[in-house]
Design a protein around this ligand. Sequence first.
Ligand SMILES: Nc1nc2c(ncn2[C@@H]2O[C@H](COP(=O)(O)OP(=O)(O)OP(=O)(O)O)[C@@H](O)[C@H]2O)c(=O)[nH]1
Ligand SMILES: [Mg+2]
Length: 372
Amino acid sequence: MPFGEIVCGSPGSGKSTYCYGKYQLFTALRRPISVVNLDPANEHIPYPCAVDIGDLITLADAVAAHALGPNGGMLYCMEYLEANFDWLAERLRALGRDAYVVFDLPGQVELTTAHESVRRIVQRLARSGFRLAAVHLCDAHYVTDAAKYVSVLLLSLRTMLHLELPHVNVLSKVDLIAQYGDLDFNLDFYTEVQDLSYLENALSAASPRYAALNMAITSLIEDYGLVGFETLAVEDKASMLHLSRVVDRATGYVFVPPAGSGVPQGADGAAEEEEGGGTPRDARANAYGLFASAAGPIGGVRSDVRDVQERWVDAREAWDAYERRAWRREGEAVREGEAAAGAAGREGRAVAEREGREGKGREGIRQRGGAE
Ligand SMILES: Nc1nc2c(ncn2[C@@H]2O[C@H](COP(=O)(O)OP(=O)(O)OP(=O)(O)O)[C@@H](O)[C@H]2O)c(=O)[nH]1
Ligand SMILES: [Mg+2]
């Protein structure tokens, strides 16, 4: 069955860049991936596009044909896509049953917080067998200001409640966070959405008139207790790998056995498998990874937000220097490996040539000996 991610978030939060980063990561890992552009205003698509809404409708078409503004045009495009859902479904079917599809959405947040078309499209995809998670990107610079942070919390909560999908909120561009000045709290305060009453002073100082409203909003967010964040620096491999693990858990991908794996001895279905009539891969539980990968903590480099804080906030220069040294060493090792392989190849060819000459020489001697 196909799996996928609905990548949403405010304008410029890094959705298309993330889709491209995911495409590069999965391609390097030899994991199947297809990226679908659902943003009719996306003119410079950075990734190879498996399906492009631009082939159905563009924002410019909608605006020109119906004398709409850009926001109205975007809503029209999504309604048009919903009305032509078969167009999308047919192209997605062509990607195969084992496809992993990343959907790049437009940045208009009303599409994922209030308007119904995207929600209904997502529901229809789910009914057609897709296992989806929403990946909601929020620019990390919002956490540097208490009021903006509260707005991001509200936006994330609203998106979660509207889309009704397994949901991963992400503070994107965390590599830039140190540029916006010192944080009032450590990063884990923001990602774990800890006691929001600590924001009271900052919120009241910024807008004393709305102090009571702000605190009512924060207590509403706390009452739901749903919002939390992962972090993302798209060019950092560790960050992308960690987020991929989180998303795999949210979609349920971790429950599906890896391609080509058999059923372990003694597990349900092992006998059937031995007789050659096993259940298809996506219809059986992943007896290898079920508990280890689904129930255990997610490990790996920078899976703890305190490490993310150290990498991008507390000791950024030292880490940059360390990674540059590591890349240099890796480059040298690759070059040395290639040089050694080249030398071995040359030596091998020389030996083969020598043996060839000697072989011909012996043949010549044998022939001469025979003639005598
Ligand atoms: N430093 C840094 N820059 C990023 C990161 N992710 C995205 N960007 C930059 O943020 C800008 C916006 O990224 P996009 O991927 O176009 O954002 P988007 O959400 O697709 O934007 P819209 O489609 O217009 O809503 C680009 O200049 C990216 O290079 C990141 O992790 N780190
Ligand atoms: Mg985009």
